[in-house]
Design a protein around this ligand. Sequence first.
Ligand code: SAM
Length: 247
Amino acid sequence: MGIHLTSRLFVTSDLGTHAMLALNPEQSHYLQHVMRLRRDDSVRLFNGRDGEWLAHISQVSKKAVELTVSEPLRSQKSEPNIELYAAPIKKAHFDYMLEKTTELGVTSIHPMLTARTQVRDVNVERCQSIVTEAAEQSERLSVPDIKKPVTLQNITTHWPQDRMLIVCAEWGDAQPLQTVLTLPTIKSTPKIAIAIGPEGGFAAEELDLFRGLPNAIFVRLGPRILRADTAAIAALSCWQSVCGDWL
Ligand code: SAM
């Protein structure tokens, strides 16, 4: 079997030659009953720190599948540091946004509560499991961090000086994204974030809060109004292709 067809799992344990670990009940069930793997079958593991490793099933019991790590496959690489601040939207669309932005290499996702945010309860644990699965499937060596929901006001009050913020806004003083991505301040910054509003868009006072930040810049994504999930995917894709790791 080609190595890329070997099942791939995110674990929290340290990975190194001869390390042994027991999988959690969901992962044990997945390997045993979905993938139908048996003793000695191989699995690939990553933990976001030690790269990717080959492991073999050393024991299968009712309680857990146990693995023994054998050899390194890929070393950990530094990845672009790009955060997403997104107002939570209806579940299916937010789930889609989580999955697709993970595939596109987002570093962390910050649910941002805005004046027009309709959906205010975000199950962070569930979101974390969606991005973990997307990271496993997309061959990433890291899993994005899902943060607890925070208000837009709080975010703008504590915005760090060393991170540029691209605010996607369909009206007003927004510049075309392509123009902004070629600005030296954006191209060369090591830390960046993208902000996306809710279904009803940002309120005028919220745009003013962003406008008050010295390191925020407004962009538009063409002449059409995109759904928030499409906007996040479009902005991240354009950023990756001009400033990120698609080069
Ligand atoms: N209800 C808003 C309106 O009609 O003005 C549309 C909000 S849109 C569904 C959700 C979010 O996606 C917006 O707040 C913005 O962040 C982003 N977005 C959608 N289309 C965009 C565009 N053409 N340019 C920039 N941002 C856009």
